[in-house]
Design a protein around this ligand. Sequence first.
Ligand SMILES: [Zn+2]
Ligand SMILES: [Zn+2]
Length: 623
Amino acid sequence: MSGEELRGFLRKIRAVAVKVEGQLRDLVSVNDLSDESVIEPVSLDSTEGLEIYRHSTSHVMAHAVKDLFPGTMVAIGPATDEGFYYDFDMERALTPEDLEKIEKRMKDIIKKNSPFLRKEIRRDEANEFFRRMGEDYKVEIVEEIEDDHVSVYEEDGFVDLCRGPHLPSTGYIKAFKLLSIAGAYWRGDERNKMLQRIYGTAFADKAQVREYLDFLEEVKKRDHRRLGKALDLFSINEEIGPGLILWHPDGALIRKTIEDFWRDEHLKADYKLLYTPHIAKLNLWERSGHLDFYRENMYSPMEVEGINYELKPMNCPFHIAIFKSGLRSYRELPIRYEELGTVYRFERSGVLHGLLRVRGFTQDDAHIFCREDQIEEEILNVLDFTLFVLRTFGFDRYDIYLSTRPEKYVGSLDSWERATNALKMALDNKGLAYKIDPGEGVFYGPKIDIKVKDSLMRQWQCSTIQVDFNNPERFDVTYRGADGKEHKPIMIHRALMGSLERFFGILIEHYAGAFPLWLAPVQMAVITVAERHIEFAGEVLRGFKRSGIRAEPYFENEKVGYKIRQVSVRKVPYSVIIGDKEIESGLLPLRKRGGQQSGPYLPEDLVSGLAEEIGDRRLKLAL
Ligand SMILES: [Zn+2]
Ligand SMILES: [Zn+2]
């Protein structure tokens, strides 16, 4: 194939770059290659191709910003999973109107279709160049590069320090949109200067950009922080502290429903319920290895009678202590302990995010102590249990990952292999598809992670199942074997929802706040038409409550339409409206969330229908 034919072919398959001997390179570099080189085209339809496309768009954005606002210093501008951003240091506080101006300027730059030209220059030359340009951040980056040469890219006079590759020219960019402005510390460190970050996205065509904007609109509508406030479910109070959740009555009721379900199902599955304290002596965390491996996530100790105590970042050592409180025989194993255990972990204030990333949270934790010959069966049980719990909450799509031995690990290679095989066998046995995450296991053992997909197909890490040989060793945990000798049990750590806070956040977004009947804090609204209907409505309300249905009165002296709106804003699943006709007939018409009507029903039929709908969830899943 001649050079011309090759380029034609690459255009045809929408190549934006190439891989030469496995290395990403600019598309134009094929001109300089010898015939023997192994070339792999990188098309715009691939993840890498899209990344190059988006990153190139971020160059164009930086170019436009510098044109419009002279004196701006540019920091970094990578592609992200959803688009790209660039960080700027500038006097002016950017506004949404500025984004429109920048977009317009970007379109001009794209129209010019200037090539992205790569140049390799000596490091000291680059240092000198960016110093002269007043680009302090680039100088800082250049100074950290160890190679003698660095690459810079130029496009119509705008030069940026960059490894590349990029699109052949700006005209390749067909569809993009600038989305938002945010503050971002240089290098993500709050001790550094706050820069202004512009987020944008780019796709192969305009239809895809529109689709993405619709998705963002939906994400915004479902934002758990917004809905948490609108539905009065939870709050975070600056006076109390960031990352610490206050559960309001309706949120607390949902949490109680989740907790009741969780504990009941664990007792049915032969787990034993535990409660453990929130603090423990610092020495305990030394022994558990947390001080070595986990210190940056722990708070400073507090001194009590001359001894240091520490807020717990994990529940494991407490469960170990309970296991060790008696002599254990091989016949008793497996022993399964469960606890909704509240832990505290330090997270930088900059990364805290509503319920999803917090400083104090309650793990739905459990530890299984078993013999080595029981691992596989226990993993199978845990897998079944996990999927059952996830399905109950409406998640039936998920991705499973098996994380193997990391570089830093404890334990013998042999035991790692056996544990990894046990996890694999269990997954194969269940016929579950999974991906291997090489080297991503915990230092004490391999693990299975399950990431659920919500109604917008977004992925959330919730469940984790970890095999551990290390802690039984460290804490000298033993059981008496059939041979009369002491043996070390295997420990399985697992959480199904992850934490109640985070899971609640995910649920709010998954359901857009319209919880299914069994989870809804208020299941039934009883609405009166006029004051003369209150007495009868009160009896109906009490009837619902006696039957265990979470019902609330809407008896105020307001128009029915206004009360229906209140109920709908609160996303209450059902309501009954009581007027003269209902009192005369004793029959109640049922109004469903969204407005659909049915009935009228006898109150007792209504109650048994609702009870069935609430009960159905478990009946169906218990099969
Ligand atoms: Zn670049
Ligand atoms: Zn644990």
